[in-house]
Design a protein around this ligand. Structure first.
Ligand SMILES: NC(=O)c1ccc[n+]([C@@H]2O[C@H](COP(=O)([O-])OP(=O)(O)OC[C@H]3O[C@@H](n4cnc5c(N)ncnc54)[C@H](OP(=O)(O)O)[C@@H]3O)[C@@H](O)[C@H]2O)c1
Length: 419
C-alpha cells in the first residue's frame, strides 16, 4: 500500500481526518448469522459506511434483498447457477468464478473487508485484502487458527508502516489490531480492555465461555445428546456450527488459538473461565494485579459495530447490561475431562499451525457428522484427537496457503472416512 496519510487515504479515513468520506465496505458471508447482523449495523449507519460489495454462498433471495437495501456495486453468489437467476437493480455487477471473493475483497474502492464466512473459505481473500492495504474485520476465527503465521506478519508490517508514515504511534492503524479487527465477542472484549495499555503490562487473558447447554451434564449423558438439544444455546443465537462448538467447548479451543495470534501472548498466558450468564465477554489481567473486563448483552451487533467504528463508538441497537437485573455473575474453571476438545485444542495450538489446522478442519466435518446423525456427541472430541495426532506433526511446520488448503482437504477426507 502507499503509506500516505492525506485526505482520502486509508490512514486519513481512520485518522483525525473526518472529511475523508464514508468507509467503503466489502462484506463476505452476508447471508449468515454474523453477515445478516453486519448488514443491520451497516444499514443503520449509512452515513459512516457505504457497502460496495456483498457475497454469500447460496442464498440468492437474501442477497437480492440485501442488495436492494445497500446498493452495492458488486455482489457474488458462490452457487453459479443461482447467481445467473439473481434479480438485481441496474448498476450492481455480479462477480463469479473461483476468485470472486478475492476480487470483491481487493476492489480499488474497498477500505474495509468484513469476514463473516465460516471455515477457510475466505483465507486467501483475507491475505490478498491485507496485502492490498485493506483493513479486515473478522468474525472468522479459522483465518487465524490455521493461518495466523501467514496473516500476522502482514498485519504487523502494515501497522509499522502507518506509524512510520504518520509519525503517530497512537494512530488507530499504527496498531496491528487496527488492521485486523476481531469481531468474535471475546476477542472484541479483550481488544477493548487493551486500548491504551502496553503489551508488557499484560499478565493473562481470560476468555469467558458460557459452558453451553451441557455444562452440568455427566459424561454418560453426553453420549446420547441429540442435535436438537445441542443446538439450544443458553445465551447466544448463532449459526449451527458455532453453536455445536460451544456445546463441546471446541469453540473456546479455537478461540484460545485465535487469541494467541491476535494478542501475541503465549498459550500458557490464556485461561478459559466458565461464566454461564455471558455478561462478562472476557477480561485481561495486568502485571499489577488489576483486571479489566468488558461487559455487554449477548448481541453480536455490538462487537461488529466496534470493529467498524474503532476507535470511535456510536450508539448501537444492542441493549446495555443491567447489572441489577443480572444479579449474580458466576465463574468457574472448565472441566476438561468432560469437555476434552478444549485440552486437545490447547495441545494443537502448542504444536503449531499444522495441528491447529487439523483441529479446525476435523471439527467442521465432525460437527456435520454429528448433525446428520452419523456421529455421537462424544465422538466429536475423539475425532479431533485422532486428526491432530495423525496430521499435527510433519513438514513444513508452517505451511504456505496452498499447503494449508491441501491439508484441510486431507484432514476432511480422513474424518469423513473415520469409523
Ligand atoms: N454466529 C455468531 O454469533 C458468531 C460469533 C462469533 C464468531 N463467529 C464466527 O463467524 C464465522 C461465521 O459464523 P456464522 O455463524 O455467521 O456462520 P453461518 O451462519 O454459517 O454463515 C456463513 C456465511 O458464509 C457464506 N458462505 C459460505 N461459503 C461461501 C462462499 N464460498 N462464498 C461466499 N460466502 C460463503 C454462507 O452463505 P449461504 O448461507 O448463502 O450459503 C453464509 O452467508 C465463523 O467463523 C464463526 O466461528 C460467529
Amino acid at each position: 500500500m502507499t503509506a500516505t496519510a492525506g485526505q482520502g487515504s486509508v490512514e486519513g479515513r481512520w485518522g483525525r481526518d473526518r472529511t475523508a468520506g464514508p468507509v467503503r465496505v466489502a462484506l463476505l458471508g452476508s447471508g449468515g448469522s454474523i453477515g445478516r447482523q453486519a448488514v443491520d449495523v451497516l444499514a443503520r449507519n449509512a452515513e459512516a459506511f457505504r457497502v460496495v460489495a456483498l457475497a454469500t454462498g447460496s442464498q440468492g433471495r437474501m442477497l437480492e434483498e440485501q442488495a436492494r437495501l445497500l446498493r452495492p456495486a458488486r455482489v457474488s453468489l458462490a452457487d453459479d447457477r443461482a447467481a445467473a437467476r439473481l434479480d438485481l437493480a441496474a448498476g450492481t455487477e455480479i462477480v463469479g468464478g473461483p476468485d470472486a471473493l478475492e476480487r470483491l475483497a481487493t476492489g480499488p474502492d474497498v477500505d474495509l473487508v468484513v469476514v463473516a464466512t465460516g471455515g477457510l473459505v475466505a483465507l486467501r481473500s483475507v491475505l490478498a485484502a491485507l496485502e492490498a492495504g485493506k483493513v479486515v474485520a473478522t468474525a472468522n476465527k479459522e483465518t487465524l487458527v490455521a493461518g495466523g503465521h501467514l496473516v500476522m506478519p502482514i498485519v504487523k508490517r502494515l501497522a509499522a508502516g502507518t506509524a512510520a508514515a504518520t509519525g503517530d504511534d497512537s494512530h488507530p492503524l499504527a496498531s496491528p489490531l487496527g488492521w485486523l479487527r476481531p469481531i468474535d465477542s471475546e476477542h472484541s472484549a479483550i481488544w477493548q480492555c487493551l486500548v491504551g495499555e502496553q503489551q508488557a503490562a499484560i499478565e493473562r487473558l481470560l476468555l469467558t465461555a458460557s459452558g453451553g447447554p451441557f455444562l452440568n451434564a455427566a459424561v454418560a449423558d453426553l453420549a446420547t445428546v441429540t442435535p436438537e438439544q445441542a443446538l439450544r444455546h443458553p445465551t447466544w443465537t448463532m449459526g449451527a456450527k458455532i453453536t455445536i462448538d460451544s456445546a463441546t467447548l471446541a469453540n473456546k479451543g479455537l478461540e484460545i488459538i485465535e487469541a494467541r495470534w491476535l494478542y501475541d501472548v503465549p498459550l500458557s498466558a490464556i485461561s478459559v473461565v466458565i461464566h454461564p450468564q455471558s455478561v462478562v465477554h472476557s477480561a485481561v489481567q495486568f502485571v499489577d494485579g488489576s483486571m479489566k473486563a468488558q461487559l455487554g448483552t449477548p448481541d453480536m451487533r455490538l462487537p461488529i459495530q466496534y470493529a467498524l467504528t474503532y476507535p470511535d463508538r456510536l450508539p448501537s441497537p444492542a441493549a446495555a447490561v443491567d447489572l441489577i437485573a443480572a444479579g449474580r455473575l458466576e465463574f468457574r474453571a472448565p472441566d476438561e475431562e468432560r469437555f476434552p476438545a478444549l485440552r486437545i485444542a490447547r495441545e494443537a495450538g502448542l504444536a503449531g499451525p499444522r495441528a491447529s489446522t487439523a483441529f479446525l478442519s476435523a471439527d467442521e466435518v465432525a460437527v456435520a457428522r454429528f448433525l446428520d446423525g452419523s456421529l455421537d456427541f462424544n465422538g466429536i472430541p475423539k475425532l479431533l484427537g485422532a486428526a491432530v495426532d495423525r496430521f499435527g506433526a510433519g513438514e513444513p511446520a508452517e505451511p504456505s496457503l496452498d499447503q494449508l488448503i491441501a491439508l484441510d482437504l486431507e484432514v476432511r477426507h480422513f474424518v469423513e472416512a473415520y469409523r
